[in-house]
Design a protein around this ligand. Structure first.
Ligand code: GLP
Length: 242
């Protein structure tokens, strides 16, 4: 695993934006796996800047988001659909047909999960997967469990995840308790992965992720087996690393 230690959030998103810019410049029809959460807000700001400076175009880019709450409508301002529109897509020239986000309003989540995996397979898999990390070591919404789930699936959200993400909803009660998430297999099959971690609250997850032991109770630890992963982490997140 290639670990790049940076000073702070700004340096982290700068590096991540550059990395993603190069990917899209090298392969204009890149398949990008995208993430949400506070960490990614600045990364998308950088990408929008690169787009406005005409360094990149999203015209032929295909995207697959990692996850979406369940149940939730696309119109819900706290949905990841709205997050992506607001923070990235509506500021770019991306073709809306190329945007994929799990449908949180489906009445058949099992079918939605199966067809999501098939859509990724149909375009030849993900070229670059962008990942954040939960305080509990989750990636996407692959929550700590005795066994990691390989395929895209509906999952119960962990208590820590509900605690950490409830502020995006009008109340804790308004937050869905489940989500549809890409499974470990499609993440691990991505040709390249870039994972971002900043802040002290991510330091334990980062430590568990890098200590050469795969533990499904810290899902991100599986990433050590990926052949091309770059982690960019700030000083605070690196605090507990040996
Ligand atoms: C969220 C998302 C993840 C994200 C992680 C960290 O719940 N499902 O994709 O990477 O948790 O979020 P944040 O960046 O807000 O700390």
């Amino acid at each position: 695993m290639n670990l790049i230690r940076v000073k702070d959030y700004n340096e982290m998103i700068e590096r991540a934006g550059e990395y993603m810019k190069l990917q899209v410049r090298e392969k204009k029809d890149s398949v990008l796996g995208l993430a949400t959460g506070r960490t990614m807000v600045g990364v998308y700001e950088r990408l929008i800047e690169h787009y406005k400076n005409k360094d990149i175009s999203f015209r032929d880019v295909i995207t697959f988001n990692l996850d979406e709450y369940y149940p939730i409508t696309r119109e819900n301002p706290s949905s990841y659909y709205q997050y992506m529109m607001e923070h990235l897509f509506r500021h770019t020239d991306i073709n809306t047909e190329n945007i994929h986000i799990p449908d949180g309003s489906t009445t058949d989540p099992l079918e939605e999960c199966k067809s999501y995996d098939k859509k990724i397979e149909a375009v030849g898999g993900i070229d670059l997967q962008l990942l954040g990390i939960g305080r509990n070591g989750h990636i996407g919404f692959n929550e700590p469990k005795p066994v990691l789930e390989l395929n895209t699936h509906l999952t119960d959200l962990d208590e820590t995840t509900i605690e950490d993400n409830a502020s995006a909803f009008s109340s804790r009660e308004a937050m869905p308790q489940q989500a549809i998430t890409l499974g470990i297999k499609k993440i691990m099959e991505a040709k390249k992965i870039i994972l971002l971690a900043n802040g002290r609250e991510k330091s334990e997850a980062l430590r568990k992720m890098t200590r050469k032991e795969v533990d499904p109770r810290w899902p991100a630890s599986i990433l050590q087996l990926h052949p091309d992963i770059t982690t960019i982490a700030d000083e605070e997140a690196c605090e507990r690393l040996e």
